[in-house]
Design a protein around this ligand. Structure first.
Ligand code: B12
Length: 346
C-alpha cells in the first residue's frame, strides 16, 4: 500500500468495521498493522488488509474469532503487482498525518485490487465445523445447535456491522430460500436480541440495525412481474410496529411467484378498510405482535364489509386465539401462511 499504508481509521472504514474491532483483532489475535516508520503511527499494508478481510469474512460467517485469525494469518500474501497503491487508498503526499488520512472520504467500496487478493485467499476447504455457544457478555444468546449463519449474523449485529449482515442474509436467501433463512437464521437472532433487550433494557440500536438489514434483504428478493395484480393485502394492526414477519411473507410469496401488497406498520382500521375497498383483495393478512394491538374488532370490520375478502387471516402472537371470530383463519407459521395466501390468490 505504497509508502504510507492505511491508518487504523481508514482501514476500519475500508472494511466497514469499528476501529475498536481492529484494535481487538490486533491486540488479541496479532492482526495488526505491520508498516512502521520511526516516529509515526503504524500503517496497514495491502497484506495486512488482505488478512483483515479474511478475518472479517470468516467471523461474519460464524467462525470463532481466534480460529478466523489463525486462517487469516495463514492467508497468502497478494501478488507483487497488487502492492501498487490504488489512487483511492493513498494519502495525500502533502499531508500524511493519521488524522488527515482518517478524514479523507472512504473509497466507494473495497478497491478491486484488494478484492481480487481476498478472492484469491478464499475459504479453505478443510475449515473445521463451527460449534459452541456464542459466549461472552456481549453475545446474543443462541442455542448450542444454532445455524452457523445465525451465529455470524448475531456477531455482525452486535458489531453494528450492516454490510456483513446484508452479505450473510443475501447469501442465505440465495442459497436456501426465504422460509429457511427466516426460520433458521433470522428468527433465532431476533428472539435472542429480544431476550437481551428484556434482560438489560439495552441493545435497541442492535435491534434497529438488524431489522433494517432484514428489511433490505427481503426487499431485494425479486418481485413477480408488474402485470400480475396483487390479490393479497398484508398489513400490521393498528399501532403495531413489528412488520418483519409480514416482510418475510411478502418475500416468500414473491419467491413463489405470488405478488402481494404490503402496507407496513401501524395501519389504522379506517385505512385498512379503505385499502380493502379500493383494491378488492382475495386475502387480507393482519399481523399483531403485541396483545395491545390485537383488537379483534379490526378483523370483524373486515368480515362485515359488503364484499369481504375470501380469506381474513390473523397472524402473530398478539391475537387472542380463543376469541377470534370463527370466519377468521389463524396463521401459525410462515410456510403455512404462504400456502393459505397462495391458494386464496389462484
Ligand atoms: C425487531 C423487534 C422490534 C422492532 C420491529 C422492527 C420491524 N420492522 O418489525 C422495533 C424496534 C420497532 C420494536 C419495537 C418494540 N418492541 Co419489539 N421486538 C422485536 C423483536 C426483536 C423481533 C420481532 C419479530 O420480528 N418477531 C417475529 C418472530 C421472530 O418472533 P415471534 O413472533 O415470537 O414468532 C412466533 C410466531 O409469530 C410465528 N411466526 C414467526 N414468523 C412468522 C411469520 C408468519 C407469516 C406467521 C403467520 C407466523 C410467524 O412463529 C414463532 C413461534 O410461534 C422481538 C423479539 C421476539 N421474540 O419476537 C421484540 C419484541 C416483540 N418487542 C417487544 C417490545 C416490548 C417492543 C416495544 C414495546 C419496545 C418499546 N419499549 O418501545 C416496541 C413496540 C412498539 C409497537 N407498538 O409495536 C417485546 C414484546 C413483549 C410482549 N410480548 O409484550 C419483544 C418480544 C422483545 C422482548 N423479549 O421483550 N421491536
Amino acid at each position: 500500500m505504497g509508502v504510507d499504508g492505511l491508518s487504523a481509521g481508514a482501514a476500519a472504514r475500508r472494511l466497514g468495521v469499528a476501529v475498536t474491532t481492529l484494535r481487538t483483532w490486533h491486540q488479541r489475535y496479532g492482526l495488526g498493522p505491520s508498516r512502521h516508520e520511526p516516529g509515526h503511527h503504524r500503517r496497514y499494508t495491502v497484506e495486512d488488509m488482505v488478512r483483515l478481510q479474511v478475518m472479517q469474512r470468516l467471523t461474519a460467517q460464524g467462525v470463532a474469532p481466534a480460529e478466523a485469525a489463525a486462517w487469516a494469518r495463514r492467508s497468502p500474501a497478494p501478488p507483487a503487482a497488487d502492492l501498487a497503491v490504488p489512487p483511492a487508498v493513498s494519502t495525500p503526499a502533502t499531508n500524511t498525518s493519521p488524522s488527515a488520512a482518517d478524514a479523507s472520504p472512504p473509497a466507494a467500496d473495497v478497491d478491486p485490487t484488494l478484492a481480487a487478493s481476498v478472492a484469491a485467499a478464499s475459504l479453505p476447504a478443510d475449515l473445521p465445523a463451527i460449534g459452541g455457544p456464542a459466549g461472552g457478555g456481549q453475545a446474543i444468546p443462541l442455542g448450542p445447535r444454532a445455524d452457523p449463519a445465525a451465529r455470524g449474523l448475531a456477531r455482525a449485529a452486535m458489531r453494528l456491522d450492516g454490510p456483513s449482515m446484508r452479505h450473510i442474509l443475501d447469501q442465505a436467501i440465495a442459497g436456501r430460500g426465504v422460509i429457511p433463512t427466516w426460520e433458521h437464521v433470522m428468527m433465532p437472532v431476533l428472539i435472542g436480541i429480544g431476550e437481551r433487550y428484556e434482560a438489560t433494557d439495552r441493545f435497541v440500536e442492535v435491534e434497529h440495525l438488524i431489522s433494517r438489514s432484514i428489511t433490505e434483504a427481503f426487499s431485494a428478493v425479486p418481485r413477480p412481474a408488474r402485470e400480475l395484480a396483487p390479490r393479497a393485502l398484508l398489513a400490521a394492526a393498528d399501532e403495531e410496529q413489528h412488520t418483519l414477519p409480514l416482510e418475510a411473507l411478502a418475500a416468500a410469496l414473491a419467491e413463489s411467484g405470488v405478488p402481494s401488497r404490503l402496507l407496513g406498520a401501524r395501519v389504522p382500521p379506517r385505512a385498512l378498510l379503505d385499502a380493502v375497498e379500493r383494491t378488492g383483495p382475495a386475502v387480507v393478512v393482519l399481523w399483531s405482535q403485541l396483545p395491545t394491538t390485537g383488537g379483534v374488532a379490526q378483523l370483524q370490520s373486515l368480515l362485515d364489509l359488503p364484499h369481504p375478502p375470501v380469506v381474513v387471516a390473523a397472524a402473530g402472537p398478539g391475537w387472542p386465539t380463543a376469541d377470534l371470530p370463527p370466519e377468521v383463519t389463524p396463521l401459525g407459521d410462515l410456510g403455512g401462511a404462504v400456502r393459505v395466501v397462495a391458494s386464496a390468490c389462484v
